[in-house]
Design a protein around this ligand. Structure first.
Ligand SMILES: C[S@@+](CC[C@H](N)C(=O)[O-])C[C@H]1O[C@@H](n2cnc3c(N)ncnc32)[C@H](O)[C@@H]1O
Length: 285
């Protein structure tokens, strides 16, 4: 695969996937997104005074979410021992990203290089494992209780297999009782899949810079609702529309087109409010 770096607005680089028809990060800033939507949204700075933390990075890609987490934690507590698990299908992505790591601190650069090259990194304060393969299968081998989960697949329309109720069930199993999962997605189907597996959800409020049609930067999920930022009335009503019908993949091995088709058929049969009427009511273009 030929991965050509594409600049984003904060000066950091991302890749574009021809297979999924999408960039790996927001055009507004790949590195900025890793900090605001993942490290901050999972409260890593507040957790960093602990002796040890366990992190799960779902869809590791270039490794920016893991990198932002390591930077955030070690800046506050350089002695914190981190166990990091990363799930990624395509080993060529982290390898291609090695040339783009110059912005990170030296220990983080060297960790990411080693993770990319050997899928493992062991130092006095980091044990990192990169599991290559379909995350629907690799996650089933994990027996962990992560303090933070970075959930960053391509969008639900392009990669529905990683946004299903059944996949969230696996992710929720790997999330500690006090841990937080963060994702850029604010889609109603994603949020209702999280609710369906018993997680509580909150929004990631908009930062200073956002596009006019945006209402949230993403979603945070946890086993407890304490510390979550409540959904607005508009977001709550979104969950009562047809857009909130979740994707399903009972055996965690269906083809994406079947998962999409099943959801579409369920939406057509549904008596819930249409999402276009919700959009009109809230004047969302
Ligand atoms: C949006 S990108 C992730 C960006 C990444 N978090 C970063 O900071 O660079 C999505 C990633 O998911 C990976 N992916 C796609 N389908 C997958 C699957 N079924 N299992 C695991 N990884 C998958 C892609 O190869 C890609 O690297």
């Amino acid at each position: 695969m030929n991965w050509t770096p594409q600049p984003t607005h904060d000066g950091s680089f991302t890749f574009f996937s021809e297979e999924f028809g999408e960039a790996f990060h927001s055009r507004q800033g790949a590195k900025a997104e890793a900090f605001s939507k993942y490290a901050q949204a999972t409260n890593l700075a507040e957790q960093a005074d602990r002796d040890a933390l366990c992190l799960l990075d779902v869809c590791y890609g270039l490794g920016y979410n893991s990198a932002a987490a390591l930077e955030t934690i070690w800046q506050i507590n350089p002695a914190c021992k981190i166990t990091l698990y990363c799930l990624e299908q395509d080993s060529s992505v982290p390898i291609a990203a090695i040339d783009l790591l110059g912005d990170w601190s030296i220990p983080v650069q060297s960790a990411l290089q080693q993770i990319a090259r050997t899928h493992f990194c062991q130092t006095d304060r980091l044990t990192a494992t990169l599991l290559i393969g379909d995350a629907r299968q690799t996650i089933q081998t994990l027996q962990i209780q992560a303090d933070a989960v970075f959930f960053d697949p391509f969008s639900p329309r392009r990669c529905p297999q990683l946004w299903t109720v059944e996949f969230f069930q696996q992710v929720a199993r790997c999330l500690s009782p006090t841990g937080k999962l963060a994702t850029y997605s604010r889609s109603a189907s994603v949020r209702s899949a999280m609710l369906a597996v018993g997680l509580s959800i909150g929004t990631i409020p908009l930062g200073d810079r956002h596009l006019p049609h945006e209402w949230s930067q993403g979603t945070v999920a946890a086993h407890r609702w304490e510390g979550l930022y409540p959904l607005s009335k508009m977001e709550q009503e979104h969950l009562q529309t047809r857009a909130a019908i979740p994707y399903r993949d009972s055996q965690l091995c269906d083809r994406p087109e079947h998962i999409l088709q099943r959801q579409q058929q369920e939406q057509q049969r549904s008596t819930l409010e249409s999402t276009s009427s919700w959009r009109r009511r809230w004047q969302i273009n």
